[in-house]
Design a protein around this ligand. Structure first.
Ligand SMILES: NC(=O)c1ccc[n+]([C@@H]2O[C@H](COP(=O)([O-])OP(=O)(O)OC[C@H]3O[C@@H](n4cnc5c(N)ncnc54)[C@H](O)[C@@H]3O)[C@@H](O)[C@H]2O)c1
Length: 311
């Protein structure tokens, strides 16, 4: 199949692009704002386009046709979205609309990387299933929920299939350690470069950390079972909660490096606890996360150390 991965030069998108080869013909759309050209296999065409540029997105779809679009390109930082909701919405809502308007005549299958970490709001009922009420607390989560609803509307109105994937906290090699998102990447990079990590709040907030390879396997499982996955919304998580403090202690042990963390005030718009129930995706496709946290963190730290020492 011909597949477009938007955000394919980024962290998750580049792992997905690699995994789709050689079974599929893959193109990447990315503006390289946080993604890197070196992340994309050389045989994969890169359309360097900003989704905010409607004319450029339309031009792409006037010359290329795709069976599937994995839509991962996004402003991914919750804290940035709180500080600048307009710039978040320009990419995460208007950018998505440019894509949907331009692609709708082709009736592609749109598979959307939504969030399970920022869409449900606070709840004591963990792990959360997809039927849990949505109540996003940040502009990032609000935009992702709007994105889900727009995709559903366009899919139903223009007769194309869609699947929504609500991802937990994804970590792994190539995650950007220089933004505010991606605590594993930030902590690992700071440990390797001899800087103390910053923990916002008391560090007892919990997250559902899932290795990128398990997320990519979920994406592949979805396209293998279209009759069971089209029109559906799925959590992609492990169901396990790990506190930020516990995560930091595991990384200290794995890297053999240790610095007292700096505790800073909690950031607005961030949840206290989160974990996602992946049973629905398991029932539909047989998918289950396979990489335990310790192993995933070891593989991530070793990839970061290799990259760190080669620069
Ligand atoms: N990493 C996580 O824990 C996580 C969790 C839930 C959902 N997601 C979603 O998964 C997707 C991928 O996230 P990631 O962690 O790989 O982040 P990332 O920043 O590595 O990837 C995003 C990619 O989108 C590109 N991009 C950003 N704005 C663009 C624009 N205006 N036009 C074209 N390209 C643009 C960036 O250059 C980058 O390559 C995002 O949609 C994100 O919201 C990620």
């Amino acid at each position: 199949m011909r597949i477009l991965v938007t955000g394919g030069a980024g962290f998750i998108g580049s792992h997905l692009t690699e995994a789709l080869l050689p079974a599929h013909e893959v193109h990447v759309l990315d503006n390289l704002s946080t993604g890197r050209k070196e992340n994309i296999p050389s045989a994969v065409p890169l359309h360097q386009i900003d989704l905010q540029d409607e004319a450029a997105v339309r031009r792409l779809f006037s010359s290329e046709k795709y069976d599937i679009i994995f839509h991962l390109a996004a402003q991914v930082d919750v804290r940035t979205s709180v500080e600048s909701p307009v710039s978040d919405a320009k990419v995460n809502i208007l950018g998505l609309l440019h894509l949907l308007e331009s692609a709708k005549q082709q009736h592609p299958w749109i598979i959307f990387a939504s969030t399970g970490g920022a869409i449900y709001g606070e709840s004591p009922l963990l792990p959360l299933s997809e039927t849990h009420p949505t109540l996003p607390e940040s502009p990032y989560g609000i935009a992702k929920l709007a994105g889900e609803l727009y995709i559903r509307h366009f899919g139903n109105t223009h007769h194309f299939p869609f699947t929504i994937l609500r991802l937990a906290n994804v970590y792994g090699p190539r995650q950007n350690p220089f933004g505010e998102a991606g605590v594993v990447a930030i902590f690992t990079h700071r440990l390797l470069s001899g800087q103390p990590v910053r923990i916002y709040g008391d560090g007892e907030q919990t997250r559902d950390f899932i290795f990128v390879e398990d997320v990519v396997r979920a994406c592949l499982a979805v396209i293998e079972k279209p009759t069971r996955t089209q029109g559906q919304t799925f959590n992609v998580g492990t169901g396990q909660q790990t506190s930020v403090n516990a995560l930091y202690r595991i990384l200290e042990t794995i890297t053999g490096l240790s610095y007292p963390p700096q505790h800073l005030p909690p950031k607005p718009g961030e949840l206290r606890h989160n974990a996602l129930d992946g049973a629905r995706l398991h029932e539909a496709t047989g998918w289950a996360p396979l990489v335990p946290l310790q192993e995933g963190l070891k593989r991530t730290a070793s990839a970061f150390a290799k990259a760190f020492h080669s620069t």
